[in-house]
Design a protein around this ligand. Structure first.
Ligand code: FES
Length: 169
């Protein structure tokens, strides 16, 4: 019978790596293992401060909102760093949020989220921040693309579903 001798150090190192892997949250695993689609959302010339643009990302079942805030924001893109996007499903129970007066508001139980601060929740039942869509601005064309999601979209165990389909631009 063939046997491989494993040193104590190799065994402990391998065990530690396995424990770390198994304790990684599901959404973090999804970020590590699943590629996000690249989606053109809008062109900067079509955006106006305070006027939201709706789109779906990373698939057609996942509504999101792009907004030009008119002030620099965490994760903001564009010349002023003020363009951000978020999943529009409230992290409490999945009701749609809407943009109003520099915040996202959920009409179901009035949770509020700050679009300038990573979607931080600051009022209401929601304890999780609104998932932020990772954006890329292309200065040459003015196009704005979605390239990922930071945080877990409400109601999902992973952001990228096996059956996900979206038309990439
Ligand atoms: S579903 Fe949004 S606060 Fe309850």
């Amino acid at each position: 019978m063939f046997m491989t001798k494993i040193s104590r150090r190799t065994f402990i190192g391998g065990s530690a790596a396995m424990v770390a892997l198994l304790s990684t949250p599901e959404w973090a695993m999804a970020l590590i293992t699943q590629p996000y689609p690249r989606l053109k959302i809008a062109n900067i010339k079509d955006l106006k401060v305070g006027e939201p643009v709706s789109f779906n990302y990373p698939d057609e079942q996942s509504p999101a909102i792009l907004i030009k805030l008119g002030e620099r924001a965490i994760g903001g893109v564009g010349p002023e760093g003020d363009i951000v996007a978020y999943s529009s499903l409230c992290t409490h129970k999945g009701c749609p949020v809407s943009y109003s007066k520099k915040r996202f508001v959920c009409a179901c139980h009035y949770s509020m989220f700050d679009p300038a601060k990573n979607g931080q929740t600051f009022q209401g039942h929601a304890s999780e921040w609104l998932p932020q869509i990772i954006l890329r601005f292309e200065p040459r064309t003015g196009n704005i693309y979605a390239e990922g999601v930071e945080g877990l979209i409400w109601g999902r165990i992973r952001n990228i579903l096996k059956s996900s389909k979206i038309s990439k631009l």
